[in-house]
Ligand binder design. Structure first.
Ligand SMILES: [Zn+2]
Length: 410
């Protein structure tokens, strides 16, 4: 055992998770306090190097793959027991924060480190992944976790070209797929990226599932005409028609369910001239919820309202329909029990953001642990979670792993 550094005797010693997170934070830190570890970037691989060294220090066997993932294995002592896999991502958005993704990797490593320090050898092998390319990128989000889960489609438009630009090819990525028959479950700790926990004064979110992402392309077709000579009563203004539809859809969304969300994030206007009445306006309508009937209800109402707007014709087509995924009910129960035993107040909640747990849900049962995000802020340099909250999440993760290890059946 190494002795603590002298300066740590004076201050409260930093916990393992905070120490590991601080080390990862040395990669991609920018002058303004934000972080950027982009796809296949030197900064990203600097974080991989840091995590690899940490894994080796803990005594884990490590390997990397062409999809950019780093993987550490702490072998269990029962060859018949399946692996418990913990993971999250090491990449960030441009100007992102310290915690998104990196926290989950640091929490997994802190659990492995504690097991080693306490001399506990689990029956189950413990694996920790630092995933690559989870954030939006030219290869598509959750790239690294999709690669190992066999969820990368070789015919994904633009994939081969994007990979070639990074010096890789599709074959290598397809070969990153691993066998999940020996995996018991996947666990991910993550910052909430919303303000529900903070608002309710709670420390842990036991995630019930990850909401769907459903996007429609909505086009309003009116008539372009002279902005000076066309009287108001004669106009077929696509912009005004679209504005009416957006405002009405926002109102409907609030009526249907208070956890249903609706966003119009893009708009394109044609001809897009200051003195011409817009003839064509195209928007994306995005909606998210755990239950399909809620999003179906909203798009149904939007279609009815659109049909009633006489000054434009609407075309509504589905662009993306990523169904929601559910967390495993048994894992949710074990996580809740672990939090209760540690005396940490918690609640069940859905995740409004996607995670590496999405692709994992296709191949193994998933469980997720949320810790609070101050002010609900994320994907920005102001992203912050207190050291105590990070430790609480890690404590719950540690206890969850121990409980799962005690279970007789696989
Ligand atoms: Zn994330």
């Amino acid at each position: 055992m190494s002795l603590p550094f002298p300066h740590r005797r004076r201050r409260k010693q930093m916990s393992a998770v905070n120490e590991i997170l601080a080390q990862i934070g040395a990669a991609g830190r920018q002058e303004d306090g934000g972080y950027f570890r982009g796809c296949y970037s030197p900064e990203y691989f600097q974080a991989v190097d840091i995590v690899e060294r940490q894994m080796q220090k803990i005594g884990m066997e490590t390997d990397r793959d062409a999809a950019g993932n780093i993987h550490g294995v702490l072998p269990g002592n029962d060859p018949k027991a399946k692996s418990v896999v913990i993971g999250s991502h090491l990449d960030t958005v441009p100007g992102g924060g310290l915690y998104d993704g990196a926290y989950g990797v640091a929490a997994g490593l802190a659990v492995a480190k504690r097991l080693r320090e306490e001399g506990k050898i689990l029956r189950h092998t413990l694996e920790v992944y630092g995933f690559h390319g989870e954030e939006s990128n030219p290869l598509g989000g959750t790239f690294g976790s999709r690669a190992i889960a066999g969820q990368v489609k070789p015919d994904q438009p633009g994939l081969a070209e994007a990979l070639a630009a990074y010096g890789h090819n599709v074959r290598e990525i397809l070969d990153c797929r691993r066998d999940f028959s020996g995996v018991k479950c996947y666990l991910e700790a993550h910052i909430e990226q919303g303000d529900l926990l903070e608002q309710e004064g709670l420390k842990i979110g036991v995630v019930s599932g990850i909401v769907s992402v459903i996007r429609y392309r909505v086009t309003a077709l009116g008539q372009s005409n002279h902005a000076g000579t066309t009287m108001m009563k004669n106009r077929r203004d696509a912009m005004v028609a679209m504005a009416r539809l957006i405002a009405a859809a926002d109102e409907e969304c609030r009526k249907i369910d208070d956890t249903l969300v609706f966003t119009v994030g893009t708009i394109a206007c044609q001809p897009g001239s200051e003195n011409v009445i817009p003839g064509r306006v195209e928007c994306t309508f995005e909606m998210r919820h755990m239950k399909k009937e809620k999003t179906d209800c909203l798009i149904g109402r939007i279609r009815e309202i659109a049909a009633g707007i006489g000054t434009a014709d609407f075309e509504i087509t589905n662009k993306i329909d990523k169904g929601s995924v559910s967390c495993d009910s048994h894992l949710m129960e074990v996580i809740s029990r672990s939090a209760s035993e540690a005396g940490i107040c918690h609640r069940i909640m859905a995740s409004g953001a996607g995670h590496d747990a999405n692709p994992m849900a296709h191949v193994t049962p998933i469980g997720m642990i949320f810790v609070p995000s101050r002010g609900g802020l994320s994907h920005c340099k102001e992203e912050w979670t207190s050291q105590e909250e990070l430790e609480s999440g890690t404590e719950v993760l540690y206890r969850t792993v121990l409980h799962l290890d005690e279970e007789a059946k696989e």
